[in-house]
Write a protein that binds this ligand. Structure first.
Ligand code: TXA
Ligand code: MG
Length: 314
């Protein structure tokens, strides 16, 4: 942690985790590292705590939150877990997969968490700091990405402090996020089909290999309301698939195409995902009024990277 960071940023050691558990149990907000991006956490069963998340982010109230759980048992208490959910949880939890499932009517949650939908988005994260918080707090935690609504997602404690400022009283610094893009979101439907709502570190092919090709092509009624066209935006025009940057453009390179910074000089997609938001934050902070970004292959985690880049450019 550099001495330039504000006082609310604390290294995520045992003492800070204990303070965070106290804040969370009391209904407060804490920004926490996960393996994907930093989340803005609050207890999901507390109406005021959930309202504080929406207020701090400036998030529209029709956009529901992901609820994070300590284990599969906690997930089963909140949602109707069918065989497909069990199978996916067994393969990918803890990890970067969010399941959208039918909400149990008796689940004790703040109604705003699901924005009034009959479904709930659930994820069991892998990051040791987030897992410690979930286990010690003993309640499910709602946690959207810890940025102002529509802005670039945070993959470091400094990104959180820069985006949310004093709106969040405590930020646990766990270093940079290893994955760098948000979890894959999959909706499991009552009719046996499934749908990818947001591409992420777990690929559609991996889901398909387990569930089979059961997704019906029509009846697309479940959507991720938060997947707005413009999102992850650095606040200036963004040009995609650029071969080189113009003098007034902050150029983000990839592979052989260089720039003011690079997603991955060796053309590695895993590294590119981990560095994506840091590069966009750098572009946002630069004096140059425009951003240009080299092409990224649409394979593996590249699908999620390109999804975020298209929304950053929209
Ligand atoms: O990796 C992640 O998932 C991170 C970390 C912090 O866990 N969280 C995250 O949350 O990305 P957020 O709020 O930025 O994105 C949640 C997405 C939104 O697009 C929202 O619309 C969708 O999940 N979502 C939540 N509940 C849903 C539901 N019941 N049905 C469909 N989409 C839902
Ligand atoms: Mg987000």
């Amino acid at each position: 942690m550099s001495d330039k960071q504000p006082a609310q940023v604390q290294p995520a050691d045992d003492g800070a985790i204990a303070r965070a558990v106290h804040v969370l149990r009391s209904g407060g907000l804490v920004a926490v590292p996960t393996e994907t991006v930093y989340g803005l956490a609050a207890r999901a069963d507390c109406t005021d705590a959930v309202a504080a998340i929406y207020a701090a982010k400036g998030r529209p109230d029709f956009n529901p939150l992901i609820v994070h759980v300590a284990d599969v048992e906690q997930a089963r208490e909140l949602a109707l877990f069918d065989d497909r959910a069990e199978l996916l949880a067994r393969h990918f939890w803890p990890g970067p997969l969010t399941l959208v499932l039918p909400l149990r009517p008796a689940a004790r949650l703040a109604p705003a968490v699901t924005a009034g939908l009959p479904t709930i988005a659930l994820r069991m994260p892998a990051h040791p700091v987030m897992r410690a918080l979930l286990c010690e707090a003993g309640v499910p935690l709602a946690a959207p990405s810890a940025n102002r609504s529509g802005a670039v997602s945070p993959t470091s404690a400094a990104h959180v402090a820069g985006s949310l400022g004093n709106a969040v009283p405590l930020i646990l610094d766990g270093g940079p996020c290893a994955r760098g893009v948000e979890s894959t979101i999959v909706a499991l439907r009552a009719d046996g089909g499934w749908k990818l709502l947001r591409p992420g570190p777990v690929s559609a092919a991996e889901i398909d290999a387990l569930l089979g090709d059961a997704a019906p092509g029509d009846n697309d009624t479940i959507e991720a309301p938060g997947q707005l066209a413009s999102h992850y935006a650095p606040g200036k025009p963004v040009r995609l698939n650029a071969a080189r940057g113009a003098p007034d453009e902050f150029m983000i390179g990839f592979g052989d195409i260089g720039g003011d910074c690079t997603l991955s000089a060796r053309g590695d997609l895993t590294e590119a995902a981990a560095r994506l938001y840091a590069c966009l934050h750098e572009a946002a902070a630069s004096a140059k009024p425009r951003v240009a970004i080299a092409a990224v292959p649409e394979t593996g985690i590249g699908v999620a990277i390109n999804d975020r880049l298209r929304r950053a450019a929209a």
